[in-house]
Structures are given as C-alpha cells and as structure tokens.
Design a binder for this molecule. Sequence first.
Ligand SMILES: Cc1cc2nc3c(=O)[nH]c(=O)nc-3n(C[C@H](O)[C@H](O)[C@H](O)COP(=O)(O)O)c2cc1C
Ligand code: SF4
Ligand code: SF4
Ligand code: SF4
Ligand code: FES
Length: 597
Amino acid sequence: MEFYRSHVLVCTGTGCTSSDSRLVKSRLQKEIEDKGLEKEVRVVETGCFGFCNLGPIMVIYPEGTFYCQVKPDDVKDIVEEHLIKGRPVQRLLYREVDKEIKTTDFENIDFFKSQKRIALSNCGLINPEKIEEYIARDGYFALAKVLHEMSPRDVIETIKKSGLRGRGGGGFPTGMKWEFAYNSKGDQKYVVCNADEGDPGAFMDRSVLEGDPHSVLEAMAIAGYAIGANQGYIYVRAEYPIAVERLGIAIKQARELGLLGKNIFSKGFDFDIDLRLGAGAFVCGEETALLASIEGRRGEPRPRPPFPAVEGLWGKPTIINNVETFANIPHIIRNGAEWFASIGTEKSKGTKVFALAGKINNTGLIEVPMGTTLRTIIYEIGGGIPNGKKFKAAQTGGPSGGCIPAKHLDMEIDYDNLLSIGSMMGSGGMIIMDEDTCMVDIARFFLEFTQDESCGKCPPCRIGTKRMLEILTRITEGKGKPEDIETLETLALTVKNASLCGLGQTAPNPVLSTLRFFRDEYEAHIFDKKCPAGVCQALLTYTILQDKCRGCGLCARNCPVEAITGKVKEPYVIDAEKCIKCGICLEKCKFGAVVKK
Ligand SMILES: Cc1cc2nc3c(=O)[nH]c(=O)nc-3n(C[C@H](O)[C@H](O)[C@H](O)COP(=O)(O)O)c2cc1C
Ligand code: SF4
Ligand code: SF4
Ligand code: SF4
Ligand code: FES
C-alpha cells in the first residue's frame, strides 16, 4: 500500500466541472509530476462539496485547507507554495461574508459547521469512480450485514423503527412501503430508484449519484433482499451525464467484485441493477408515470390504487424510492435504527438535503438535521441576505411547495410543520427571496412551470392550471379584476381536489400560500395597480426627481423611445405615455434622480 503525505481533493461534480475543474485537475497532476512529487502527493477526483457557486473547489489534506474558485493558472502556486513550502495560498482561501479574516480550515467554515452529513457523507471525500474508496468508508458492509445476520423481516423492521420517510416529496414511511411489497405475492419483484429530479434548481440527487453512487447501489440491493426482488432499475435523467457515467462505472465495478449479480456474498442472493434514462419531463418523476416510462410507454400517471408495491413494473410488486432515501439506508443498517431515530424531530427523523438558492449569500447544497430552523439555514449556513436586504420568504418544495414568510423563520423544518403552513418538504429545493421579490410574480412563475409540465391527461389540471395562469398573468400586467382573488381560490381548490396525480394536486400550492401570507400584494396589484416590490413592469412608473436631477441629459440620450425631454442643467421629465419601462434611465443616472415606483 502506498502512503502519501498530502491528498489533494478536486471536485469534479457538475458545478465545478462547468467551471473547468477537470483542467485544474490535469494541470495539477502534471505540475506534481514535473516537480517529482507523484510519490508524495495524490490527486483525488471527488463529487460535490456543496459550495458549487465557489467552484472549482479544492481541499488539501491532512490540513483540510479549503481553496475556492481555483483557476488552472493557480495550480503552479498551489504546488510551489502549499505542497512544497507548506504555506497556504492566501488569495484562494475562503472569506466569510462580512469577515476580514480568511478561513483556512474547511470544517470551520460557517457553511459547513452547522451541517450534519449522512446522505452526503462521502460526497467530496471519496473518488466516486473507485469502489475501493467506498469500501474503505465501510461501503457494502451494510449489505454484508443484512445477508449474514438479518432476515428480510429484520431489515424491514429496522427501517420502520428508524423512522425514515421518503425524501422524494411525499414523506411516506420507507419501511412501511417495503413491508407492503414484501407482503405482496409475486414470482418477480422490482426495486426502482427515482433519480428523475425534475424540480427546477434542485440537484440533491445528482450530487449523491455523482459523489457516492455505490451508496445507492448498496441500498437498492438491501431493498431487493428485504422485499424479495432480484432486479433493480435506476431511472435517471439523461441531462445528468456525469451521474449516468459514474453510475455505469459503479455498477460495472460492483459486478466485478460480486457485489451485484449472482450469489452475492455466497449467500444465494441474486440482485442486479440497470439504468434507464429519462428525457427530462417533470411528470415522469411521478412514480406511476416513471414506471410507464421504464416500460417504454408514454410517461403518464395512472390512478392509484393499485400502488406500485402491489402492482408496479410490468404489473409486478415494485418499490420505488428516491435517491436520497436510498442513500440513508446503509447508514441505518450500519449504525442502527435508534441512532437514526435520535436525529431530527418526533415525526421526521434523520437529516434533509436542501438546494439553497436565490437571494442568499451562500448558495449550494446543504444537509441539516430535520427540525433545523429556517433562521439557522438562512443566517448561519447561508450567510444571510445579500446587500443588507430584508428576508421576505422562503419557497420550499419546488413548484409544488409554498412560500414561508418571515414570521415562521423560527419554525422547525420538518414534513408536518411545512404542511401545516401550506408548504411541503418536496425533494428539497429552497429558494430564498428578499424584499425585492414580487410574490404574485413568483406564484405566476411556478404555475407557469407546472402548467407547462402538465401531461394533460385530466381536465382539472390541464384546464384549471391554464385558467389560473391566465389570471395571474393579467394581475401582473395590471389588468387584474376585483373578483380575481376569489376565482383563483376557487380554481385552486378544485384543481387540488380533482386532479389525478400529485402534479395537479400540488400545483396550486404556490398560489394558495402566497394568497395566505401575501394577500396585500395581490390587492395592491389589482386595486391600486401597483407592484410593491417594483418587479411587474406594467405596473411601474419611472419618474425623475426634480430636486435631484442635475440636467446632464444622459438619460435622455439613452432612452430608446425618446420619452425624456429637458434642457441641459435643468431638471428633465419623463413622458409616461411614451415610456416603455425599459429601466435604462434608472441604470444610467449617476445622481439617483430616476425612481421607479
Ligand atoms: C409531478 C411529480 C414529480 C415527482 N418527481 C419526483 C422526482 O423527481 N424524484 C423523486 O424521487 N420523486 C418524485 N416524485 C415523487 C414520486 O412520485 C414518489 O413518491 C417517490 O419517488 C417515492 O420515493 P420516496 O418514498 O423515497 O420519496 C414526484 C411526484 C410528482 C407528483
Ligand atoms: S394531474 Fe396533471 S400531470 Fe397529473 S395526470 Fe392529471 S393532467 Fe397529468
Ligand atoms: S441622467 Fe439623471 S441627472 Fe441626468 S438628466 Fe437624467 S435624471 Fe437628470
Ligand atoms: S424607462 Fe426606458 S423608456 Fe422609460 S423613460 Fe426610462 S429609458 Fe425611456
Ligand atoms: S460541484 Fe463542486 S462543489 Fe458542487
């Protein structure tokens, strides 16, 4: 076995790859060879660290030095200064928001300090393309344990006792789902992993697959043993090429070591996994549509019951679980149900991975214990709202979720609390909004997405979401009618109650939750013809403050429709009739004389 004095971990997740981390890695490898250090320093390609907007990320062990935004040209300094002279390269260290001192140690960075990593524990730490690295982190120990020491019933009881609930959106108890499939009679059963991940902005599952694919394979084999299945499928979207590639490598390596295939651990248990690529339709993440798509049919939901655990793939009992749900399984088997159940809240156990985005300083992927408050996520991990702006709302649950206002900043985030305020956990999208966000426009944005993704099979969703979108659009265009709020509410409830699948049943959530917490904004749009956040173009008016205008004429020279007139050194004026609200004058004026209201 070779020993190295330094390990340099370079992230090659999708985010960092798109900012050239592979070039950084190859330059580093070459520089290390040129300096004759290849027997002392090892370069390791890893999956995502979670801090993707600061990519490419590099961490050097044993010090744990965290470098961000590393460019290929920085490699020389990293080798000469850090690896040869032992001096961190100051300019590449991370500086916390509002702090003078740069942090050298990866684990002391606020973004990582309050996190607890279970599903993501190997991401950013191991090379996902090397099964030995997964095994060195106790990988496949849980599979060995269930095959040697546990009956299928024991496995199901353990998962039930752990309190694990599905991370794909609905939060259904995983152990119970496995028990249904176990109890279903069938000569053939299947295990399916839902890696469709269609929520805009979500990349939790992609990161697990890119950073730790074996954890999902191992969990699927455990599930197969528990329910009596010998075949698994991973349904992953084709837009995730790195995840697809790494899954392919992982499956091949697991087969070569006999961890997939026939007679695993010589225990007479057969299990294999194949990939199925999805074309990226949001509705194909819905379990019955997904199964139809695997079978080669059009990806359309069907009524349940029968549930897949009874009649799933090709009519056979099938369990379908989300990537993150699976990623928790080996940890539960290794560490015990009690350990897992000791993390989180009474009814939501373990951790949850969120994709933190929007108006927040630290965007990226985080994993926190269930029950962590929004305040901790936004202000401790996320570093607060940029430019001193005020927090307005957090959207959880993606297009099916709701907006949580500031008064719930201290609410513990778990499945039930989110539902109680009209939102939902969903798969873990979390978009932070500040005072400059228009809540009517946000509701319109999400509804536009779900309306576009509706498969059209059932009229309440197909027609109802279309009518709701028309109303929201006209409100944001300043053409709202007094009865619109009531009509929206009636339509929302009808679509929710009468739609066939979860897409339609949850599509009105963003509208209902914004109506519940931000009704005054709807009223301002409809009755006062104003957008309080200053977002909806049609409702804005641009004016020049006469006392501030220096009469420089810059705005007038740039106005594309000659709506601004005046004499040099005298205050200019805007002709509201001609103004097309492009905002150029506001941008150009150096004296703060142009305002939009
Ligand atoms: C429109 C729609 C899209 C969905 N997309 C996904 C998805 O991308 N990934 C996922 O795991 N679950 C998705 N779900 C939930 C699945 O139907 C299913 O509940 C889930 O895969 C079950 O796994 P779990 O119990 O581990 O959460 C979606 C549901 C709906 C209604
Ligand atoms: S609710 Fe919408 S997405 Fe679901 S089946 Fe009906 S039309 Fe299709
Ligand atoms: S750019 Fe500003 S200061 Fe100059 S004329 Fe226009 S409003 Fe007045
Ligand atoms: S917003 Fe655009 S169109 Fe209107 S006055 Fe300013 S520059 Fe002219
Ligand atoms: S992809 Fe590199 S930190 Fe996320």
